[in-house]
Design a protein around this ligand. Structure first.
Ligand SMILES: *Cc1c(COP(=O)(O)O)cnc(C)c1O
Length: 458
């Protein structure tokens, strides 16, 4: 066993070293990987030496998301504190449903949630770790649905139609959750956005009035703090006015931008958050914790147990509900996602995370200015958070991104802004510097020059 752990550590170190030598691996297609890697589980097992070799060959073909040339998603980089914590989780192997089997890890979660709540302005509220922002949004919508349509938890939906209001640029998990909760994807309104991608409070109020006039029940307003493509922040305070006037649950999806509450300089972007009822906050995005690590926070104390608890005499036998998080979680057996965040927070402290957020947003501003100053590039809009969307006029953004990956120069993706398909550069790795931005923009231009011109590249 100890040999296996030592080998895992050695492979992890080799991976880190290979990142320095070789920034982003060129794309490998699935068929060539299937042919090259021995993927089918064998009838007879191998020894640890052989296993480590097979694992190394899979790792060698793995896209390098911790590279400084990776701008493709809303996560990136490698955080030493969080990785230290994560690496001991499987040998501890606690399930976070009871104090009996998880012991201090229940208290680690409790301490983190208690520490995170005031950043949202939810002092003394409730919260839970979930396997990602999609599930944090799901649990918030579940609670909102049960509160707006009483009796649903026990008897199911009874013909009343509940409606969710989300901006046209909100994350797809909102629509998915409506489908999963039996509310119907068609009952999610895509409220129009303003020129900066923020939900329009006037259009929201109008949509709510129209639904009420037809007998439908407004269940939840979902404001987004950091939209997935543009990084736009909905005007939470103005939306909270509508929510208060209409008596509708207000959820803030901060899966991407929620961590900005850690920064004194920038938390004003989420002004009005304390008036919300629930808040999704992914630690595996801007805080750099390895996937997955997300929390759903609630303003009202002890609200989750009312909507999620079940009796299980074989499981919940001692210590009381408060110390048994299984009585208020989506899952039964549940992996420890809190320890890595706790370790990260020990290493960085509130101050270190604030500096991290400031640095990411500063880097995005630098990138936007560099794009704007470059006659060969067109900036789609000034960044509101850490997303920078731009184009090379006359060239396909998708083709540029594909070529960058094919050649192993960078990983970056596209996103639509005001009907144009742009290159979406995400600043989420604090190891990246202005030099990395300069290198990416130079690579984009070089690749674009080698591609055929298009009339209207969008
Ligand atoms: C990433 C994201 C989600 C989904 O979060 P996961 O952790 O990937 O499930 C939800 N909403 C927004 C705004 C996001 O950016």
């Amino acid at each position: 066993m100890k040999d296996a752990v030592r080998r895992a550590a050695a492979l992890a170190i080799e991976h880190l070293e290979s990142v320095e030598r070789q920034p982003v691996r060129p794309k490998r297609d699935a068929d060539s990987l299937r042919a090259a890697l021995l993927l089918a589980p064998p009838a007879r097992g191998c020894d640890v030496d052989e296993l480590a070799d097979r694992l190394a060959s899979v790792m060698a073909a793995t896209p390098v998301t911790i590279s400084r040339r990776f701008f493709n998603q809303l996560f990136g980089g490698a955080d030493p504190g969080a990785i230290l914590g994560e690496m001991v989780v499987p040998v501890l192997n606690n399930s976070l449903y009871t104090f009996k089997v998880a012991g201090p890890h229940v208290l680690v979660e409790e301490a983190l949630i208690r520490h995170m709540l005031p950043f949202a302005g939810f002092e003394g509220g409730d919260g839970a770790f979930t396997p990602g922002g999609s599930l944090s949004n799901f649990v918030a919508m579940l609670v909102a649905r049960n509160e707006a349509l009483p009796g649903t938890r026990e008897r199911g939906l009874d013909g009343r139609v509940g409606v969710i209001y989300s901006s046209a640029e909100a994350h797809y998990s909102v629509r998915k959750a409506a489908g999963m909760l039996g509310m119907g994807r068609q009952n999610v309104r895509g409220v129009p956005v303003d020129a900066r991608g923020g939900m329009r409070p006037d259009a929201l109020a109008e949509a709510i009035r129209a639904d009420r006039a037809e007998g439908r029940v407004p269940v939840m307003i979902n404001a987004t703090a950091g939209t997935t493509v543009r990084g736009a922040v909905d005007p939470i305070d103005a939306i909270a006015d509508v929510a208060a006037a209409e008596g509708v649950w207000l959820h803030v999806d901060g899966a991407w931008g929620g961590s900005i509450v850690l920064s004194e300089r920038h938390r004003g972007l989420l002004r009005g958050l304390h008036r919300a009822d629930s808040f999704t906050w992914d630690a595996h995005k801007m805080m750099g914790v390895p996937l997955t690590c997300s929390v759903a926070l609630f303003r009202k104390p002890d609200i989750l147990r009312a909507h999620l608890s079940e009796v299980a005499t074989y499981l919940f036998q001692a210590d009381g509900d408060r110390l048994n998080p299984g009585t208020r979680s989506l899952q039964c057996g549940r992996r420890n996602d809190a320890l890595k965040l706790w370790c990260g927070w020990q290493l960085h402290g509130d101050a270190g995370y604030a500096r991290r957020i400031d640095a990411l947003l500063d880097l995005a501003r630098y990138a936007a200015e560099a794009v704007d100053a470059d006659p060969e590039l067109v900036l789609a809009e000034a960044p509101q958070t850490a997303n920078v969307c731009f184009e090379v006029p006359g060239r396909s953004s998708a083709a540029i991104c594909e070529r960058l990956y094919d050649e192993g120069l960078a990983m970056v993706g596209t996103g639509e802004v005001c009907g144009r398909n742009t290159i979406r550069l995400v600043c989420v790795n604090p190891d990246q510097t202005t030099e990395d931005i300069d290198a990416l923009l130079a690579a984009v231009k070089a690749v674009a020059a080698s591609l055929p011109a298009e009339d209207d590249a969008a």
